[in-house]
Design a protein around this ligand. Structure first.
Ligand SMILES: N[C@@H](CCC(=O)N[C@@H](CS)C(=O)NCC(=O)O)C(=O)O
Length: 241
């Protein structure tokens, strides 16, 4: 049985969970505790980040490397279109989503968590003990935001510009490249989870996210598209056992 070592609310881990569902592969989720649990991740994979996929003796780190491994393991429901130009577009969009978009949504969510103690509480792992949870959510906003502005105006408008451009061309059941689902869809949909958490993130987080973006009128088609994908891939079949 495949094992996915993950942080539940990591967008990169969500991308891999979606990919596993597209391929119809069953897997076991191993929740990693941030910090201390990453020692085991390092011992296993030679680096400390999640997601890490374990398939018997094979250990693969990095969401893109894992998706390419899954593509070889299970060629059906391919992650890439046939047309060469479309393949290039998928690579470009996946790379943009995993780097530029990932950096911006992370900064946006951190900023939102600084501003909103309830969101901060919802983001803590479920097994954080009550007293620690209280201290973490009680941290005065001023103290945290004193660090500096996390999510700058320029970064926000660049991200918004790109997301609106995508949203404008979408309907709920369209795909980003070609005419079937590809890694471009999974990579973008996964990063959007940090702006507005999907139903598969659980009742504490579903629908919450970054104020001003999660409810931005021009982005609604994008979140509706993402919600469709989330429902199709992750909700009806909680295949992970
Ligand atoms: N390029 C990697 C990025 C993975 C990544 O950034 N993982 C984060 C969780 S979202 C992580 O493990 N952070 C902990 C750390 O860097 O120590 C991928 O695509 O998998």
């Amino acid at each position: 049985m495949l094992e996915l070592h993950q942080f539940r609310h990591s967008a990169f881990c969500l991308k891999v969970r979606m990919a596993l569902h597209v391929k119809g592969l069953s897997f076991r989720e191993v929740e990693v505790t941030p910090g201390i649990g990453q020692l085991a991740v390092f011992r296993l994979s030679g680096q400390r980040q999640v997601p890490v996929l374990v398939d018997g003796d094979t250990v693969v780190a990095d969401s893109s490397a894992i998706c390419r491994y899954l593509e070889e393991l299970q060629p059906e429901s391919p992650f890439f279109p046939k047309d060469r130009r479309a393949v290039a577009q998928v690579h470009l969009i996946e790379d943009w989503a995993d780097t530029t978009l990932a950096g911006s949504v992370r900064a946006a969510l951190l900023q939102a968590a600084v501003d909103d103690p309830d969101l901060r509480a919802a983001l803590l792992p479920d097994d954080v003990p009550g007293p620690i949870r209280q201290v973490m959510t009680g941290v005065p906003t001023g103290w945290l935001s004193g660090v500096n502005e996390l999510f700058g105006q320029e970064e926000r408008s660049a991200m918004l510009h790109n997301l609106i451009a995508i949203a404008d061309g979408l309907t709920a059941d369209s795909v980003l490249v070609g005419d079937s689902l590809s890694l471009a869809d999974l990579a973008v949909a996964a990063q959007l989870s940090l702006l507005r958490f999907p139903a598969s993130s659980g009742p504490q987080l579903a629908g919450r996210g970054v104020a001003g973006l999660s409810d931005h009128p021009r982005l609604q088609p994008l979140f509706e598209w993402r919600d469709r994908l989330d429902a199709r891939l992750l909700q009806q079949d909680p295949a992970a056992v």
